[in-house]
Design a protein around this ligand. Structure first.
Ligand SMILES: C[S@@+](CC[C@H](N)C(=O)[O-])C[C@H]1O[C@@H](n2cnc3c(N)ncnc32)[C@H](O)[C@@H]1O
Length: 290
């Protein structure tokens, strides 16, 4: 939990004007739990990303370098340690209630008891792995899920992160969700977030997994908010998992990457049911071609 760490790592990235969204995304994907953006009077932008001290700085730098490998102009500027920040205050300000779609609101644990009326609360610990709900690619999936999750469904959440999409599926009426992530560290976070939402633990099957490698279950709805490259790798195996009647929601791609993924969908014999864009981000619901 954020409040108990006595120090934090920071890594500062620099990029060109207009790349703010990319910087936020890179920081999120690498596991950062907070960011500060700075616009430079001389042009360009800097983003300071904060990381937990439970892992050493090399670990976070390696995750960051992996997340930024497609962006050759983005550079690491500096890095270091920050002692004793009032993170509880900072994070409460940074995580106000976030209404999503027509029926949901993303809340932090300290909002319990003050929930807005008439909305389905999705509680997420802001210290969680990626998936606090504040990223547009997550919101794209949540909003598409409002249209496609039906009571009694079984779902798969590939790249579950904080578990937010699995929590959403169960709250919208799904009976069971298979949550998978390549990072073993997310398992504890997902279980904590599941408990925070008061959900029946038998409804979630969480395990470490690389995309759909070794995944043998059939589901009614698959969600995957990762990045273009892993999604393109996985899409060919999706029809086998969702069958003729099922649906898949893919997100985590920039709008500029749409055409590449549409081609991958066609190769996988899938057709688009609905597309959704937020900011620079694009997501799509698709099913098997009949
Ligand atoms: C962008 S986050 C999405 C988190 C959450 N599902 C959401 O929508 O906010 C992507 C997640 O995918 C995971 N991931 C990345 N590559 C993966 C892979 N090959 N197989 C499974 N999970 C992967 C990351 O560890 C991370 O938790």
């Amino acid at each position: 939990m954020i409040k108990n760490d006595s120090y934090w790592w920071y890594i500062t990235l620099s990029a060109d004007d207009g790349q703010e969204e990319v910087l936020f995304s890179i920081a999120d994907i690498s596991g950062s739990i907070g960011t500060e953006l700075q616009e430079l009077p001389s042009g360009g932008v800097k983003l300071r990303a904060y990381y937990r001290s439970s892992e050493d700085l090399h670990y976070w730098k390696a995750k960051l370098l992996d997340a930024m490998k497609e962006w050759s102009n983005i550079k690491i500027d500096d890095f270091g340690k920050i002692e004793n920040q009032p993170w509880n205050v900072a994070s409460e300000e940074a995580f106000p209630p976030l209404p999503v779609g027509k029926s949901m609101v993303v809340l932090a644990p300290w909002h319990k008891g003050t929930e807005p009326e008439g909305l389905i609360p999705l509680y997420i610990n802001p210290g969680s792995a990626f998936g606090t709900g504040y990223h547009e690619s997550t919101q794209i999936v949540l909003e598409l899920m409002e249209d496609f999750v039906k009571p009694g469904m079984t779902t798969a959440d590939i790249g579950t992160g904080s578990g937010i999409l699995t929590i959403c599926a169960i709250k919208l009426g799904a009976d069971k969700s298979y949550a998978r992530d390549i990072d073993p560290a997310v398992i504890e976070e997902v279980n904590k977030n599941f408990e925070l939402n008061g959900l029946d633990p038998t409804k979630i099957d969480i395990a470490t997994g690389d995309l759909l490698v070794g995944f043998r279950h059939k589901v009614d709805l698959l969600t995957a908010n990762i990045l273009l490259e892993p999604l393109t790798t996985m899409v060919g195996q999706v029809p086998k998992v969702i069958g003729r009647e099922g649906m898949a929601i893919f997100s985590g791609m920039l709008l500029t990457e749409r055409d590449i993924f549409v081609e991958a969908l066609e190769k996988a014999k899938m057709v688009i049911v609905k597309e959704h864009t937020k900011g620079d981000w694009w997501g799509v619901a698709a099913k098997a071609a009949s």
